[in-house]
Design a protein around this ligand. Sequence first.
Ligand code: ADP
Length: 257
Amino acid sequence: PAPLLPDEDRPNGLRSVSHIIAVSSCKGGVGKSTTAVNLAFTLAQMGAKVGIFDADVYGPSLPTMISPELRVLQMDPETKAITPVEYEGVKAVSFGYAGQGSAIMRGPMVSGLIQQLLTTTDWGELDYLIVDFPPGTGDIQLTLCQSVSFSAAVIVTTPQKLAFIDVAKGIRMFAKLMVPCVAVVENMSYFDAEGKRFFPFGQGSGDRIVGEFGLPNLVRFPIVPDLSAAGDSGRPVVVSDPTGPTAQAFLELGAAV
Ligand code: ADP
């Protein structure tokens, strides 16, 4: 995608960030955070300077998925800017590193909090800032889209029939905000066993999405136990097994972004 336009109104901490990428889904549990985190580390392995922002205040998963040495966000006493934590060269900010756990709050409060965390962080110079959206297409997501300018969105879904309707909603939301969807990830698409390929959630919705919306990239990720195990271990699979099949699949997504 084209770099963000220079914008005098952009918050200081985001001035040197070239591309802000939204990773979004309409439902929880489809693998959005897994995708966001592994995409961030894949881009870093491709040589980019990368940050990841966990905007999923209701269920922040970054603290489970990566385990930096220092797990608490620091604030510069003079500038009041937040310093991200860092893991394997990737900068990370999550509500979960603010020592608060997950939020029990109403939408407007959550929107304010997300915006504050995102815009008062000193991200430094980044090629990509990956933003792990809260699931859904409501007010929180809209406010987030309006508070900073996103260069592109990646939508994550699973192959169930209902997912098609959800993805369409997501694509329309981003289209209204002039954010191009550069890829759809069809996660948990299939698994291979006993020399055969199984499609436990059915087939075809990914192709339909690409056909109807003219999206440039559909990336299919299989169901793999290592993805889920790595997610709980604090070390993303593309970091622990950088030449494995999952890392290869993420390279395809990295190239799409
Ligand atoms: P979301 O952010 O959409 O709520 P997560 O990324 O937290 O979803 O994933 C939900 C659960 O599914 C996690 O335990 C994760 O490790 C697991 N998971 C995600 N994608 C896969 C996959 N392709 N294969 C196996 N497990 C997966």
